[in-house]
Design a protein around this ligand. Structure first.
Ligand code: CAA
Length: 257
């Protein structure tokens, strides 16, 4: 692995980002966040992008949180700036027009858990450990955890995690809906390949519209959200993808998107 803080690999329009500070368990510092932001800015411009997978370098950690050594001497104003930097980058990730999947390969704590929450969904290895331990450091989550966590797992579970700071294992994370799947660590690589194939096999515009419908709809009342779905559904009949997808089904062949 190179000395870049974000490694970028690509296969058939599916981009895999690896956060690369393994000696610090991939803790998020200003430099790493800036590099991630720049990579995401470039990806957001690409029409040929199909999906993004995000993981941590090494076998031990996805991300062990924001960098505590860097934060230690921050003033309130510095802390605000640091949080705003992360929030802007996480929003950029969340708003990519394609699915973003976290491959959680170990510690997923503090800012790491908040990063996973900014992804559309997550697959965890069986050794993953999740938590928002900030209160033990005398602070609260600052990269969106108090807001995205309750939206993902409900307010009671979120309050449990952010007030006790306790860590939960992958099975509990699965049970509470923090992750979608748990696999043995040795199989995470195979899952990444399988996901790449699955995500690249679907109609790319349909996948983008499906993400848009869920994300934009969640911010609206049900009636408006259903109207949004109807519009996007109707629009999907305007392009070549629907003709190819439905044509392939009727002709008993695989679609070629
Ligand atoms: N920031 C900076 N460095 C970190 C780090 C972090 N969040 N987490 C781990 N590291 C560093 C350690 O300092 C250590 O560095 P050295 O080898 O130079 O001493 C190296 O990574 C390996 O860590 P450990 O020796 O501690 O490894 P371990 O296996 O014994 O423990 C761990 C692993 C339980 C994850 C432990 O490292 C730990 O508790 N880390 C901090 C977790 C945490 O509190 N995260 C929340 C941070 S605050 C936050 O994220 C705020 C926010 O919302 C924005």
């Amino acid at each position: 692995m190179s000395d870049k803080l974000i490694e970028v690999q690509e296969d058939t329009g599916v981009v895999r980002l690896t956060l690369n500070r393994p000696k610090a368990l991939n803790a998020l510092n200003t430099a790493l966040l800036a590099e991630l932001d720049s990579v995401l800015n470039d990806l957001a411009q690409r029409d040929d992008l199909r999906a993004v997978l995000i993981t941590g370098a090494g076998e031990k950690s996805f991300v062990a949180g924001a960098d505590i050594a860097e934060m230690r001497d921050k003033t309130p104003e510095d802390a605000r700036r640091f949080a705003m930097q992360a929030l802007t980058t996480f929003k950029r990730l969340e708003r990519l027009p394609v699915p973003v999947v976290a491959l959680v390969n170990g510690f997923c704590l503090g800012g790491g858990c908040e990063l996973a929450l900014a992804c559309d969904w997550a697959v965890a290895s069986d050794n993953a450990l999740f938590g928002q331990p900030e209160v033990g450091l005398g602070v609260i989550p600052g990269f969106g955890g108090t807001q995205r966590l309750p939206r993902r797992v409900g307010p009671a579970m979120a309050l449990d995690l952010v007030t006790t700071g306790r860590k939960i294992d992958a099975q509990e994370a699965l049970r509470v809906g923090l992750v979608n799947r748990v696999v043995p660590q040795a199989e995470l690589e195979a899952v990444a390949e399988e996901l790449t194939k699955q995500l690249a096999a679907n109609g790319p515009q349909a996948v983008r519209s499906a993400k848009q419908a869920v994300h934009d709809g969640m911010d609206q009342d049900l009636e408006s959200a259903l109207a949004l779905e109807t519009s996007l559904f109707a629009l999907s009949f305007a392009g070549s993808e629907q003709k190819e997808g439905m044509g392939a089904f009727v002709e008993k062949r695989k679609p070629n998107f």
